[in-house]
Design a protein around this ligand. Sequence first.
Ligand code: SF4
Length: 284
Amino acid sequence: MITTKLQLEDSLPLTCSRAGTCCHGKTVFLNPWELANISKEKKMTPKEFSSEFCEWGGIKLKFNGESQFKNQSACSQYIENFGCSVHLGRPLACRLYPLGRKIQNEEAHYIHEGKEFPCLADCPTVTELPQMTVGEYLKDQSTKTYESGQDIYLELVQQLADIAFELYLDSGLAASGNKTTIDNWEKFGLLSPEELPKSIREDWLKELIIPEIKEIKNPIEFATAHSQILFGKAQTEFGSLTTLDELENASTLIMAVALQLARSIGADAKGLSEHWVETAKGHL
Ligand code: SF4
């Protein structure tokens, strides 16, 4: 897919025409903090919001509203003639659109799909609106907090994968000649977004997607509390494993958890699992 990289000072017709076309037929992911945040805006618990409005194990908004644009279904949060019903709690993907965000060498890059600016095809009237630079647009959409949420969850993905590595490489499991564990890591990366959450034990999926954290405050505090919950659970469950079967199951499970979290921030689970398998093989 062709993508165009933008500079913060690039000026584009980024002012929204509020036609709502971008709330139709899209894939909008929610990381666990965004799920808690959007639920609060909707005055629901994350559990209620997730079971009514999310799919793929709670990481993607359902787009099951009426089809009003190019036969594409509207987001479950979209209200005709009004717009987004959770505007203040909308996730990063919605704040950035039509831009995407890519981390390369620990630096954020803003991109859009294709050579042409996507809004021009769906909302040609935006050309008549005042232009904004990319930097002004990001400020206008208050993306900073939400971007820090993505970044901290990206770190947590790697930390969870590190537990899977320790359970495989530092426990004697890999030294025993076991290869099934890394085969399982690879298989999880190939599972569809519908199937992957079904492979994760219910108690782990619950702690991953709807952790019990009372105060939301900001994504950094939320994700820090969240990582403590997940690491505490891993320590309790995996701290005293002895048999090779137990170690294999634990490493497999926590890698699936890492991949599910990776998908919630829009990362490529297949590419990640392949990278981790190659890294593990390099240590054998
Ligand atoms: S959450 Fe709101 S802004 Fe985002 S796609 Fe749904 S209706 Fe549109």
